[in-house]
Design a protein around this ligand. Structure first.
Ligand code: LMR
Length: 347
């Protein structure tokens, strides 16, 4: 009788152990209580960091927030996304190496900051090349644009999408700019790269590359006289507080490369990749849809603030800048590659 009891107890213990183990497993694979379920089986529990340098009321930040919303929702909370604006995690100088080291999983640099990696990223700085966001989008979605992104793979970096911000305009605190000669003797901050340096050189101005996070102070302290940027960057960073003049030029652009690293990407299984890819696609869509509106709103606010005197170049004045910058355009068309430029011009 005693023996039977012992056997029964041993069997009961085994059954209990199996039941507990099964419960533990199902917790791991079924996702968290925030909407998880059988459809989230197989999605990995990961934390994704997205870092960028601009303010919150910009297409880049809005797109990043959309990525967060979609990825967290679609993964039933298994994937957590942390978005760091305003260079609060990494700035212009260190974000790329930290992406390569997988200390951050997505960054969105202005392409002008990638020209040291490949001359193709000079495209947004080519004077008056694209007439609209749509033309720029079409180029980067096309074969030549993808080819340029692919060249980053040597660093273990994957170009996922292009997000536009828009045309750049010039601000300064010295005088109104309406013609190329007006820039003579000024010192202008650029995002970096030899093309932008050559552009100001051609106009008789000096230039200095300064990280975006340090730009307000540089303008305030007079380290540089002016800078070029989109309306949404100018307004959201309050550059009009420290600049007197703004010229609506649209001579160059801010376009972003949404980059991830292969170490992170290759660590994801197919289910997880599908969810993250959906976040990328939705974020890209929202950033592209909101860029123009955010720039229009920012221009309206800058006008309302009344802190900068605004001059919009006439068609003749634009032509004068095009003519003055033609040598730089031609030189860099050769450096970037004629086939690439012809493709961009056709958009
Ligand atoms: C800048 O550095 O001026 C901008 O391109 C920043 C950004 O990412 O929009």
């Amino acid at each position: 009788m005693m023996k039977m009891k012992k056997l029964f107890l041993a069997a009961l213990t085994l059954v209990l152990m199996f039941t507990l183990a099964a419960c533990g497993n199902s917790e791991k694979t079924e996702g968290s209580s925030s909407g998880g379920g059988a459809e989230n089986d197989g999605i990995q529990e990961v934390t994704i960091k997205i870092s960028h340098v601009v303010a919150e009321n910009t297409p880049k930040h809005q797109g990043a927030l959309k990525m967060k919303e979609v990825i967290e929702e679609e993964s039933g909370g298994k994937i957590k996304v942390q978005v760091y604006p305003n260079s609060s995690l990494f700035g212009d100088k260190d974000e790329y190496q930290n992406l390569v080291a997988d200390n951050v999983q997505f960054i969105l640099p202005d392409m002008s900051k990638l020209v040291g990696n490949d001359p193709g990223f000079n495209i947004p700085a080519m004077p008056f090349l694209f007439e609209s966001d749509e033309a720029a989008n079409a180029f980067w979605d096309g074969e030549k644009g993808k080819e340029i992104f692919k060249r980053l793979e040597k660093d273990g970096v994957l170009g996922q999408a292009m997000w536009p911000n828009g045309a750049k305009h010039m601000t300064n605190d010295k005088k109104p700019i309406a013609k190329p000669e007006d820039l003579k003797g000024m010192k202008i901050r650029t995002q970096g790269g030899q093309l932008l340096e050559a552009l100001y050189d051609e106009l008789g101005a000096g230039s200095a590359s300064i990280p975006f996070g340090e730009l307000y102070t540089a303008l305030q302290q007079g380290t540089v006289d002016g800078q070029e940027n989109t309306f949404s960057n100018i307004e959201s960073k309050k550059f009009d507080e420290v600049q007197k003049y703004m010229t609506i030029m649209g001579h160059t652009r801010v376009d972003y490369a949404l980059l991830t690293n292969t170490k992170f990407w290759d660590s994801l299984n197919e289910e997880t990749k599908t969810v993250v890819q959906k976040g990328i696609d939705e974020g890209t869509k929202l950033a592209r849809e909101s860029a123009k509106q955010l720039n229009d709103d920012a221009l309206a606010k800058l006008k309302k603030n009344g802190q900068v005197e605004i001059h919009e170049l006439s068609e003749e004045e634009v032509e004068a800048f095009k003519k003055a910058l033609a040598p730089v355009y031609n030189e860099y068309a050769d450096i970037i590659g004629k086939d690439i430029i012809e493709d961009a011009e056709s958009k």
